[in-house]
Design a protein around this ligand. Structure first.
Ligand code: LER
Ligand code: MN
Length: 275
């Protein structure tokens, strides 16, 4: 169906506090997995409340039964539920944030999947200046990337738009952050929703990430499923081909008009774009 190098994933959220967020399937892991398989996705991306919400063994079995992979696990529950961030002014909170992400790396790693650092990066402000916060973030990306190595997966770092962080907004700046920190086992996550707000040119941003690119949240300008918006797709597909991107395109999008329709729309558009 799709070219072997680009694989497809769809999101499942098990975090009630994230209701209203950009996830296709909600609450019921088994049902989400069954629907993802039925539609022909290669994998699911899981947003879980913590490392113990689902047993890694049980997850492995359910995925194997449906011939699905785990593409990635989100860590945003550490922020949404526990208000932990890697750039909090309080060293104890920063340490708890690192520990939470370590446990999510273990959870994902047990199923061959990387963990994503998005909202857990936090923001600078108050008593913490930008350079200090970027320094703490860089150190955490090194430490957590090294922790992920044992599972042969990278750590995924996601630049976010200006309304969600003030630390790093673009792929180009993400490359700088990883290079300056020496985070050699971290890779960038390109979320086209954030990129549509922050990049001068989305395709150029993807080219800038080049070998640092590890995952794509592939959604439309509306944050609905690909195809439900005014994204200019041909240059994006061309850029991914040029940099020989071989990771997942994942539907971290709103369940609009409902979960099933968003998933169907996504897989239809992914096949059209990436076949
Ligand atoms: C949040 O806007 C987002 O895109 C997530 O992937 C961050 O964890
Ligand atoms: Mn995202």
């Amino acid at each position: 169906m799709t070219v072997p190098s680009i694989r497809t994933a769809v999101t499942i959220s098990l975090v009630p506090q994230a209701k209203g967020g950009p996830f296709v399937f909600w609450d019921d892991l088994g049902q989400g997995i069954a629907q993802a398989a039925e539609l022909g996705f290669d994998a699911i991306e899981l947003f879980a409340p913590g490392p113990d919400a689902v047993s890694a063994t049980e997850l492995r079995k359910q995925l194997a039964d449906h011939q699905l992979k785990l593409a990635a696990v989100g860590t945003g529950a550490g922020w949404v539920i526990h208000k932990l961030s890697l750039t909090d002014a309080d060293a104890q909170v920063r340490r708890k944030a690192v520990d939470f992400i370590r446990s999510m790396i273990d959870f994902g790693g047990a199923n061959g999947a990387p963990a994503i650092i998005g909202s857990m990066q936090g923001r600078w402000g108050g008593s913490v200046d930008r350079v200090t916060a970027r320094g703490w973030l860089g150190e955490a990306l090194v430490e957590l990337g090294e922790h992920a190595r044992q599972y042969n997966v990278p750590l995924l770092y996601e630049p976010l738009n200006r309304y969600e962080t003030n630390l790093c907004h673009t792929q180009g700046d993400g490359v700088l952050l990883l290079e300056e920190a020496g985070a050699t086992n971290a890779r960038l996550l390109a979320d086209l929703f954030h990129m549509n707000i922050e990049e001068v040119d989305i395709a150029a941003g993807l080219r800038q990430s080049a070998h640092w690119l590890g995952h794509v949240h592939c959604v439309d300008t509306t944050r609905c499923a690909a195809g439900v918006g005014h994204m200019d797709w041909p240059p994006i597909v061309q850029a991914l081909r040029e940099i020989q991107y071989s990771g997942y395109v994942s539907a971290e999008c709103l369940p609009w008009p409902n979960s099933k329709a968003a998933a169907e729309q996504t897989i239809r558009k992914y096949r059209q774009l990436f076949s």
